[in-house]
Design a protein around this ligand. Structure first.
Ligand code: ADP
Ligand code: ASP
Ligand code: MG
Length: 402
């Protein structure tokens, strides 16, 4: 008998039929003899709809009220799943993040879990029930409801699996696992039976939406066995493992497209010590998540600096930067028509030539590279947003990933 935490994403609980299918799925797992703890996301695109509603009502979006609003989506799904389980004779009880013991910091919209006291969840399991926990939420030290950020239900599930010492954490979604690239962009993308934590972290850091990056970090830190799989079939998905078991690691494992970032360029910055330090400190203090940074060779004592950041932070990043250089000859430009395509592979460390093949492939497809960054197991190129899908397709072919 195993204890399994199962998380169902938005598409997996999108409507009444899907919710009843989740209940059937849980009933079958119970008949097999497993104890199940559920974590659910908001139904379908409800989180987006709640955010749009807030935009229509208010300009100020107070964090405390926003978090109460957004987390309502997960609570609604939770209660409905509990009702569906009741109908198939599975005793269950729904819990908000707070009732499930998730204590967070006070950083609304993107709160971090400080500790989990899952007494009530444990009691429910001991009584033979299926606890259903609302994803992506908790209660702060100030006793306010907090939201763990977009994709936070994955983090709820993995963190809960860790404190419950579950045998596995299963993330159910609308694809059958982690693929060699986004299957919506490249239909020949292949499901990977296993992937290493290092590779998956790199993939999520450069835009792969599944699983949420923070959940992968928690799973790696607390050694939670993580299984990404389909909510629509029983086929095995992708297991996330410490080291890839293959003797020779694949040189390139995955291609990751991303169009969620914008580029900010500051032209005519004085090339002297402390300029970049002051600029990026100001951006950090304002909570801007700066990603790739490129500085040009200086001419006549001035240089250009470009960086990328999430599109919805680019406006404030540009005004902070303009403010810092007000009264000088610097100009600041924002470009939100950029995209990024990245190659990830643990075998890159010991195989030269991956970058050359990547650049040649993009050149043959007449795709211009605007910025480049690398890590030991990743190469990323910024290109025009319109070129991202084509770049992903040609690279997926060039490295024979299909
Ligand atoms: P959920 O709502 O279940 O948490 P998301 O919608 O956040 O799931 O993420 C699942 C989507 O991620 C899939 O529909 C798929 O198109 C997309 N995706 C992008 N890249 C990949 C990849 N490499 N492997 C699997 N899915 C990917
Ligand atoms: N519903 C939230 C979101 O869409 C949290 C989650 O699904 O993980 O981001
Ligand atoms: Mg999601």
């Amino acid at each position: 008998m195993a204890l399994v935490v199962q998380k169902f994403g938005g598409t997996s609980v999108a409507d009444a039929d899907r919710i009843r299918e989740v209940a059937d799925h849980v009933a079958r797992c119970r008949r097999r003899g497993d104890d199940v703890v559920l974590v659910v996301s908001a139904m379908g695109k409800e989180t987006d709809e709640l955010l749009r509603l807030a935009d229509r009502v208010s300009k100020t979006h107070p964090g405390r009220e926003m978090d109460l609003l957004i987390t309502a989506g997960e609570r609604k799904a939770c209660a409905l799943v509990a009702m569906a389980l009741h109908d198939v004779d599975v005793p269950s009880a729904s819990f908000t993040g707070s009732q499930a013991g998730f204590i967070t910091d006070t950083n609304h919209r993107n709160a971090k879990i400080l500790e989990i006291n899952p007494h009530r969840v444990k009691e429910a399991i001991a009584e033979g029930m299926v606890p259903i926990v609302a994803g992506s939420q908790g209660v702060s030290a100030d006793k306010d409801v907090t939201f763990l950020g977009r994709g936070g239900s994955d983090t709820t599930a993995v963190a809960l699996a860790s404190v419950l010492e579950a045998d596995a954490c299963e993330l159910y979604t609308d694809v059958s696992g982690v693929f060699t690239t986004d299957p919506r962009v490249v239909p020949t993308a292949r499901k990977m039976p296993t992937i290493s934590f290092d590779e998956l972290l790199e993939m999520t850091a450069v835009g792969c939406p599944k699983p949420a990056m923070r959940s992968v970090e928690v799973a790696r830190t607390y050694r939670v066995p993580l299984h990404v799989r389909s909510a629509f079939t029983w086929e095995p998905g992708t297991w996330v493992v410490e080291e890839d078991p293959e003797m020779e690691q694949a040189v390139v494992s995955a291609v990751v497209p991303d169009t969620s970032e914008a580029k900010v360029t500051v032209c005519g910055v004085p090339d002297e010590p402390g300029i970049a330090a002051g600029m990026f400190r100001a951006l950090a203090d304002a909570g801007v998540n700066v990603d790739m940074i490129v500085q040009n060779v200086s001419e006549d004592g001035v240089t250009d600096i470009s960086f990328t950041c999430p599109k919805d932070e680019a406006g404030s990043a540009a005004s902070i930067t303009e403010g810092r250089f007000a009264g000088s000859d610097c100009t600041v430009m924002t470009d939100d028509s950029i995209g990024r395509v990245s190659l990830v592979g643990a075998g890159m460390k010991s195989n030269p030539g991956v970058a050359a093949t990547m650049f040649e492939t993009l050149a043959t497809a007449d795709i211009n590279i605007e910025m480049i960054s690398t890590s030991a197991i990743r190469i990323s190129c910024v290109v025009r947003a319109d070129d991202v899908d084509r770049a992903t397709q040609v690279l997926h072919d060039a490295f024979a990933l299909g």
